[in-house]
Design a protein around this ligand. Structure first.
Ligand SMILES: NCc1[nH]cc(CCC(=O)O)c1CC(=O)O
Length: 331
């Protein structure tokens, strides 16, 4: 960090350069554009489940057709990537989670539909068993324990099905140990050497995921919590070790999640590892801001400011449910 030289007042008046819009523009340090956005969407296979998610006002579960229209909208707004989260049939959730690697599960059908509609749009996926797991966990549950190595084997099958369906970027959000290395090796072996991995590397056991679990229909399902695999929110060093580990195992990009309460981690990850770094402004952050905006307690500028803050903290991009609204404001 440079050591700024400040002449004493009144030689230095920092307000001089804030006086007009053009002067302010000249010394603006951080930019935000649609290219910095990844848009997470929910796609449902359940008739009647489409439509607004009550805890995420303004965000809808989409049908496959809705997902295609979202892809076209993303392309029109210059958003480079869309991230698919499946809402699957509750009746078909099992302990063995076999639908997670079914080529025709709703996630994989959405990948294909979007790649057919807008081939140039980057499609990112979610790798974790929770949308297909009867107990809402990201891994297999055996005698009350979330088992690591067996889960990683299943995640590899899930990843290969997504890569076969045409995914550009895989997003392992499961927080099992050793999954990045296993995924990377399998992708190399199975002819998918160019499929990228954006690892949910520093993923904290957060209370801010609540609305997301409503959106994917996992809320009523989750037995216990995710503290045996997600990071304790107070643990900074452990988060950095996770990022180092995932980069060593072959992640192309890393993520910090949630976003706004963890901007210190974003900055530190970017400074230390100089790798493509993303943050996930998660469902609870969206709900807070959007709820306050809808009540007239905050202006829409709060949304833009929150995104700019991620950029200032060193993030190359942000997964945000605000992506289309922001891109429209910036256009
Ligand atoms: N695989 C689970 C997953 N993938 C993305 C999110 C949260 C995203 C959000 O809150 O917006 C979660 C929730 C969780 O870990 O329980």
């Amino acid at each position: 960090m440079a050591n700024p030289i400040i002449a004493p007042f009144p030689s230095t008046r920092l307000r001089r350069m804030r006086r007009t819009a053009n002067l302010r523009a000249m010394i603006s340090e951080t930019d935000l554009s649609a290219a910095n956005l990844i848009w997470p969407i929910f796609v449902t296979e359940v008739a009647g489940a489409e439509g607004e998610i009550p805890s995420m006002p303004g965000v809808e579960r989409l049908t496959l057709d809705g997902a295609k229209r979202a892809a076209e909208k993303a392309a029109r707004l210059n958003i480079p990537a869309i991230c698919i989260f499946p809402h699957s049939d509750q009746e078909l959730k099992t302990e063995s989670c076999q639908r997670a690697w079914d080529p025709d599960n709703i996630g994989n059908r959405a990948i294909r539909a979007i790649k057919e509609t807008v081939p140039e749009l980057a499609v990112m996926t979610d790798i974790a068993l929770d949308p297909y797991n009867i107990n809402g966990h990201d891994g297999f549950v055996v005698d009350g324990e979330i088992v690591n190595d067996e889960t990683v084997e299943a995640l590899v099958k899930m990843a290969l099905a997504q890569a076969d369906a045409g995914a550009d970027i895989l997003g392992p959000s499961d927080m099992m140990d050793g999954r990045i290395g296993a995924l990377r090796a399998a992708l190399e072996l199975e002819g998918h050497k160019d499929v990228a991995i954006l690892s949910y590397a520093a993923k904290f056991a957060s209370a801010f995921y609540g609305p997301f679990r409503d959106a994917v229909g996992a809320s009523g399902r989750l037995v216990g919590d995710k503290k045996t695999y997600q990071i304790n929110p107070g643990n900074r060093q452990e988060a950095l070790r996770c990022v180092a580990r995932d980069l060593t195992e072959g992640a192309d990009m890393v993520m910090v999640k949630p976003g706004m309460p963890y901007l210190d981690i974003c900055r530190e990850v970017k400074d230390r590892f100089a790798a493509p770094t993303f943050a996930y402004q998660v469902s609870g952050e969206y709900a807070m801001l959007e709820g306050a905006i809808r009540n007239g307690w905050l202006s829409r500028d709060a949304m833009l400011e929150s995104l700019l803050a991620f950029r200032r903290a060193g993030c190359d991009g942000v997964l945000s449910y605000f992506a289309p609204a922001i891109a429209e404001m910036l256009a």
